[in-house]
Design a protein around this ligand. Structure first.
Ligand SMILES: [Zn+2]
Length: 398
């Protein structure tokens, strides 16, 4: 039986000058509307009130009637409405303590995007035409869309390196759940390694990441040295930072895609640590920031692929003492500074690799939750095959 899954297919495209101008104008309007609605919601929030999506939608209608905001009528209205929906979702995440307070979109420095729902584009015979445009987009179809797919939502974006992308959300009937297996895996996140698995396997950071990271730090230093008034050089320095950043992001996404597909194929239950946003904002070194971004991307890929293939992801509370607990005998060590990479348990004499031990503890905690249904906050569960979970490798070391 095939599951009905929606899947985004992302491609590069090369806009004509007219299309680029239309899209830039749309991005500007999307940003304007998003920021104005955020300001209105923030003012209300300060007064102890809440503004909902319908109210911001009414505000948009009113803004369009004013002289200074009449230009909002020149672009497709759909991306503007979608921006208000995204803001609504951002607030819902904030109220549910899943995310920080929404931030204003900053002009030109970050990725810009606009989302079109089916009333605002035409997809026919493999060509995509957006509202307010005469010609279809020149898309590089680097991989095929699924047979007979018709996109329900189209997102156009320009990244900070100036590259254009279009992402098509399609129903994909070709995704089928995999046969259930009885293996389970604990996954620990770290700085030295991208991931450490409870099987003892360590997954390294992408091969070029360390060097790219050094280049990024250097480019950022150069950018911060350029004087405010020095327009052209500053722009060049910023472009350089953006290009290196884009390269790191692309390589990491490739690595994470291969990795998550493999882990989901091999395991029925995948136990991860629930790192919340609040835990992540402290200590933002560059390495830390990149590792945090990789982790949330990893988690979301793991969760949606688990959903596709009928697997289960269990997130264990981050206050669980995974590093200090001996995974062999269960004795809690009093101290475990970050510098300690290997240690020997006082009680049972087992020698531990810090990260592997943590991954094994996560697995044990996750399985306890998965089987007993106790404690830890619920995550997206997938049907089927959760009863007889066994570890892939024996817990006892020789
Ligand atoms: Zn022990």
């Amino acid at each position: 039986m095939a599951t009905r899954v929606k899947r985004a297919f992302k491609y590069r495209f090369y806009p004509t000058d007219a299309q680029a101008a239309e899209l830039s104008r749309t991005f500007g309007c999307v940003r304007k509307v998003y920021n104005m609605a955020l300001a209105a919601r923030t003012e209300a929030w300060a007064r102890g009130e809440r503004v909902n999506y319908n109210q911001t939608s009414a505000m948009l209608t009113a803004w369009k009637k004013t002289e200074e905001l009449a230009y909002l009528n020149e672009v497709s209205s759909v991306p503007l409405q979608q921006a208000l929906r995204h803001l609504q979702a951002a607030f819902a995440n904030f109220f549910a303590k899943r995310a920080k307070y929404p931030r204003f979109k900053v002009k030109k420095k970050s990725r810009a995007s606009a989302e079109y729902t089916s009333s605002a584009f035409r997809f026919r015979d493999g060509s995509l035409t957006l509202a307010k445009m005469a010609d279809p987009l020149n898309i590089v179809w680097s991989r095929p869309l699924p047979e007979g797919a018709s996109p329900s939502t189209v997102t156009v974006s320009r990244d900070c390196a100036g590259r254009w992308f279009v992402s098509l959300l399609c129903e994909d009937a070709s995704v089928k759940p995999l046969a259930a297996t009885d293996t389970a895996l604990g996954i620990d996140v770290g700085l030295d390694h991208l991931l450490t698995l409870s099987t003892g396997e360590k997954i390294a950071n992408p091969r070029h990441e360390r060097r790219d990271r050094e280049r990024l730090a250097k480019a950022q230093r150069e950018l911060s040295r350029k004087a405010r008034g020095d327009g052209a050089n500053r722009r060049k320095a910023r472009q350089k930072v953006a290009e290196i950043h884009a390269r790191i992001t692309d390589r990491r996404r490739d690595v994470l895609h291969k990795l998550t597909t493999r882990l989901v194929r091999e395991n029925q239950t995948l136990v991860i640590e629930d790192l919340t946003v609040r835990a992540m904002v402290k200590n933002r070194s560059l390495a830390r920031a990149i590792s945090d971004a990789a982790w949330s991307q990893f988690r979301s890929m793991l969760e949606y692929k688990a959903h596709w293939y009928g697997r289960e992801v269990v997130a264990v509370d981050r206050f669980f003492p995974s590093s200090k607990l001996c995974s062999h005998c269960g004795t809690l060590q009093p101290e475990m500074p970050l510098s300690v990479r290997t240690w020997t348990c006082d009680s049972c004499g087992t020698a531990h690799d810090r990260d592997v031990n943590a991954a094994k503890n996560l697995l044990a905690a996750g399985l306890a939750v998965s089987v007993c249904g106790a404690g830890v906050r619920p995550q997206r569960r997938t049907p089927g095959g959760q009863s007889a979970v066994k570890q892939k490798t024996p817990r006892r070391e020789p």
